[in-house]
Design a protein around this ligand. Structure first.
Ligand code: SIN
Length: 330
């Protein structure tokens, strides 16, 4: 009798377990690694993605977010992704140079007048096609995320290109950005984001270029007495994953994960628009750094010296692509 009851209970437990899915099935883990602080567009987007996935796919997929270069820095994350040590990241578009030359388009100085033009180009066929530019290298672009337009921070006031001559500037790992600073006779140094604050603080470098949100959240404004509101370039991101990981997901999970990501990106883009204003204001209020505005004549001088960089990279990026991006300003 006792044996019969025990067997019946065991059978019931097993069928209940199968009804909700095998209890021993491990969730898919998505390690999302990034280099910025949590109070930034990318930080907020990644956390939103984690929450949406937990809400909708709890138990089946788990997103773990690693901010502030905790897991991998700029230059290692894509290698780690191809080795399966991390599943998602959103490096800035300047950091894909080793995998595709096309994405260097986004580094061309004075290409986009504002973020509306960036949005217009990124949602065009040309912009969307670029998400697949690294497929052969095993990386899949899942979407673009905004941060915003870059400003120049420095240890001395910069109003015209001649003011930069001889200064050392940290740049992201992009040959276009190197050419941009060489065009104004400055010395560009490719360094990881995690080292920028110390390099500025110790005066190993004179300046750097970044968005209001990065300048604020990483406290660059505390060690840079001047910020020139130049809006000379773009700092946006591509959310990427490895083709192997992505195609290993079931169709159902891939659709749901992508849906959650798209919603998180929309949220992150709103945060970016907001932070471009509020973080700038916080820097002004801090009185630690003086913000310099350019007159139209001064801005025209920067455009004149930096724009020839476009021609230099035209053969790698493609003239048609550059034209398509530039025409998004209309
Ligand atoms: C980032 O926003 O991900 C970092 C940008 C930089 O390296 O300057």
């Amino acid at each position: 009798m006792f044996r019969k009851v025990t067997l019946a209970a065991a059978a019931l437990a097993i069928s209940a377990a199968f009804a909700v899915g095998p209890v021993w099935a491990k969730p898919v883990v998505i390690k999302f690694s990034h280099v910025v602080a949590e109070n930034t567009p990318k930080g907020q987007m990644a956390n939103k993605f984690k929450d949406l996935v937990a809400e909708r796919l709890g138990g089946k997929v788990v997103v773990e977010v690693y901010p502030n270069s905790q897991l991998f820095g700029d230059n290692k994350v894509l290698e780690a992704m191809l080795l399966g040590d991390v599943q998602m990241a959103a490096p800035s578009l300047s950091k894909f140079e080793r995998y595709t030359k096309k994405v260097a388009l986004y580094d061309l100085p004075f290409l986009f007048e504002d973020m509306a033009a960036v949005d217009k180009f990124q949602s065009s066929k040309e912009g969307q096609d670029m998400l697949a530019a690294m497929k052969k290298k095993g990386l899949v672009g899942l979407g673009y995320l905004h941060n915003g337009l870059k400003q120049l921070s420095s240890s001395k006031p910069l109003k015209v290109p001649a003011d930069v001559a001889g200064l050392k500037f940290r740049i992201m790992s992009s040959d276009v950005l190197a050419a941009q600073f060489k065009a104004v006779k400055a010395t560009p140094l490719k360094k990881p984001f995690s080292e920028v604050f110390t390099l500025l603080q110790t005066r190993a470098i004179d300046g750097q270029e970044n968005t209001w949100s990065n300048i604020y959240s990483k406290k660059f404004f505390e060690v840079q007495p001047y910020i020139t509101e130049s809006n000379h370039g773009l700092l946006d991101y591509m959310v990427v994953t490895s083709a192997e990981f992505w195609m290993d997901l079931s169709d159902e999970l891939r659709v749901e994960v992508k849906k959650a990501l798209d919603e998180a990106i929309l949220f992150g883009n709103k945060v970016a628009a907001d932070k471009a204003k509020t973080d700038k204001q916080k820097i002004i209020d801090s009185k630690r750094s003086q913000i310099l505005e350019l007159t139209p004549e001064e801005r025209a001088q920067w455009v004149e010296v930096m724009k020839p960089v476009w021609k230099k990279f035209e053969h790698e990026i493609g003239k048609e692509l550059i034209d398509a991006a530039y025409n998004a300003n209309n």
